[in-house]
Structures are given as structure tokens and as C-alpha cells.
Design a protein around this ligand. Sequence first.
Ligand SMILES: Cc1cc2nc3c(=O)[nH]c(=O)nc-3n(C[C@H](O)[C@H](O)[C@H](O)COP(=O)(O)O)c2cc1C
Ligand code: SF4
Length: 429
Amino acid sequence: MHLFRYVEDPAQTRIDTYEAHGGYKAWRKVLKEMTPEQVTAEVKSSGLRGRGGAGFPAGMKWGFIPKGTTKPRYLVCNADESEPGTCKDRVLMERDPHAVIEGMAIAAYAIGCHLMFVYIRGEFGFSIDVMRTAMDEVYQKGHLGKNIHGSGYDLDMVIHTGGGAYICGEETALLNSLEGKRGNARIKPPFPAVAGLYHCPTIVNNVETLATVPHIIVRGAAWYKSLGTEKSTGTKIFSLSGHVRQPGNYELVLGHSLKDLIYSPQYGGGILGDKKLKGVIPGGSSTPFLTPDKVDVPLDYESLTAVGSMLGSGAVIVFHEETCIVWVIANLIRFYRHESCGKCTPCRDGTGWLEQIINRIEQGGGKPGDVEKIESICDNILGRTVCPLGDAAVMPIQSAIKKWRDEWQHHVEHGTCLVRTQFSLAEGV
Ligand SMILES: Cc1cc2nc3c(=O)[nH]c(=O)nc-3n(C[C@H](O)[C@H](O)[C@H](O)COP(=O)(O)O)c2cc1C
Ligand code: SF4
């Protein structure tokens, strides 16, 4: 494994240790030996896909910057880390900040950018401190600034802290926020690569995506491609949480079994209290549930799509048999309603309406037809909003009703829970 190779070493945050472990070698190599086109081609050939959720090929995205544009180009590292269950980017920033900065610098060079930004979630006080210290060290060593290492290339970096809104992780809302505006999503197209920050060509990439780049440059695209599966290359950090004995961030090659992640003593260590598994959200709170019969699946983009879910940001949330699914959904919809930016009616009003009905059902006041009403509201949100937050809000609801309809009906008909009314994460430890 490479991303997490040194995360247990507290000294890794210091530039001397990072360099002793081979850090900034890739940056020097790029500046001395490679053209921007060669860097882009190497990353394209590695098959690296964005780790922020959508899984879009990174090199291909970099190639979308319009050729010959005279406008400034920008690189933005998306460190907003907002999806519930996802907690990997902050670990990279807090434990290996120079890998993030080096990856940013290489990506910036590849797209011809001279000013790059990292947009960090405002609540991540420690990540912000560590990244600031690392940035100061980088300037002191001359890895950033004017005429870097005599290459004639200039590059500066800005650390920008966000206010802590889920929508500000969505790339266009992030760009609005970075411009000092309210974090509303923009209609696409135009995509940021064409008209992004200050209407200039901009590439937005996730922290983990960028932290991977130096490894690809040093060890080569062929090495990276040799890890993972044919279409899902390399490794991915999975944030495992919920009813498992050993929650945590685990770096695995793509294609590793989900079942093994949950049960292996090396990783999750099995279900809390030796209870039975009820379901898993495999890719962050916006992805559809998997039932136990679907858990023996490789963790890669294609296999998870084939079983009706998504890899997303790689946040695997596990629920045991005593979990009330209506309770889970009531929690999720509260989050999405709160985080809707309010720009479009289906999301703004739909999530509020869903929250009211689902809460009423959860608290025993369900009425006949409620479940069908929820389904109809979901149908009217899905695919009808400016940004994917609307879809993210409804996909887990739709799958929870499809898979556990009897529990929803029981809540409505009896005003009680088929499973139980409360559970505690600490129980059974
Ligand atoms: C509501 C919403 C929240 C998002 N939050 C994040 C986030 O916190 N971090 C992130 O990297 N991407 C997030 N994304 C995805 C970004 O819009 C974008 O696709 C990503 O940063 C691109 O980087 P990548 O190509 O390296 O994955 C979010 C998307 C949506 C719709
Ligand atoms: S879907 Fe929701 S979060 Fe996205 S733009 Fe519309 S109102 Fe805002």
C-alpha cells in the first residue's frame, strides 16, 4: 500500500521526513524531465479515477482544459470531505500533508496553472493547522514560489477554509464559495474545466486523488495499473463505520472483497455483539443499501454498480439486525434537508416534506399511503435538480423501501417497530 504507508509515523508531517521517504522526488522529476502533456498522459494511462465520489478518470479531466486558452487556469483540491461516513481525506491531510501538496503541484503543472487552492472544511481545525505548517515548509524549501528549482515555472498555493456545508463539497458550489459567494451549485455545462473559478478553466480534484499522483509519477502508470482491476485501478481508502468491531480507514486494492473488509480480523473484525448483518451502505450515505446476500462483492466501481449500488467516496457503513431502517432513513433525511442549498424546488421542498413524513412514521404516527407518498416524492426529486444532492438524498430512501418494505408498512400500520425502536452503537462491544 502506498497512500497509508507512513500514516502511523507522526514525523511524516515534517518535510524532512517526507523527503527522506522519497517525497518531492516526483515533483523534481516532473519539473526537470516531463512536459505537462507527458504528466497528463502518464496519469491518464494509470487509469486513476477521482476519489471524491463520481470516479471520473483524472487524466481525462485534466485534458479537458481548452487548448490554447489565454485565461489563467486554476487547480482546486477539494478537501471539504462532507459525505456522512467519509473520513479519509482529513487523515491524509493530518498525517501526510506533503503528499497532498506534492500531488497538487504536479496536477497544477500538468494543466499549466500558477495558482492552486485547497478548500478545507472549516471544522477541520487540525487539518488546517497541519496543512498550513506543511505549506510554510514547502515554500522554505523552494518547492513552491517563483522559478521553482530553476525550472522557470512559478506556482503559488492558497489554503481556503470553508464554512462547513455539505453542498460546498459539490465542485461548482465550492467554486462559488471560493469566490466569496453563497455556496449554491451552478448548472453544468459549462463544466469547471471550461469555466470554473472566476469563469476560468479550473480542475477540481479530491484530496485522495491528488495524493495518489506522486506515486504514479515515481513508480509509473504500469505499476499503478497492476494494482486493482482492469477498469478500477490502484488502491482506495475505505472508511469503515457502524456496527463493526474495528471501524477505521483501510487502504485496499480496488476489487478487494467487501465481505472481507467487514469480517476479516485485519479490518472490520466482524459485526458488533456477534449479531447478524442487516445491510451495508458501501459508498457513503448517498449510495443504495446492499443486503447480506450482496455483500460478497468486489469493492470496485463496476462490481458495485452491477449489484445496484455505487463505490462513491468509499464510506462503508454497516448496520446489524437490530437496526430500525426507518430510524436510519429519518437520520439521513434530516441531514439532507438541512444541507440542501435551497436553489431548486424539488430538493428544497422535497427533502423537507420527506423529513416530515418519515419522522411521523418513525414516531408511530404513520398514515395509510405514506410509504407510497414517499416513493412519489422521491421520484419527483430524482434527476430533477441542479446538482446531485437531490439524487443523493433519495437514493438510500428508495433502496430502503425496496429492500425492507415490510418494516415501513409495520411502522405505518401498527405505530411500532418490527425490529426495535432504539439501538446504540456502543452496545455489544
Ligand atoms: C453534494 C455533494 C457533495 C460532495 N462533496 C464532496 C467532498 O466533500 N469532497 C470531494 O472530493 N468531492 C465531493 N463531491 C464531488 C465533487 O463535486 C467532485 O466531483 C470531486 O471533488 C471531483 O474530484 P475527483 O474527480 O478527484 O473525484 C460532492 C458532490 C456532491 C454532489
Ligand atoms: S439539488 Fe439541492 S443542493 Fe443541489 S442545487 Fe438543488 S437545492 Fe441546491
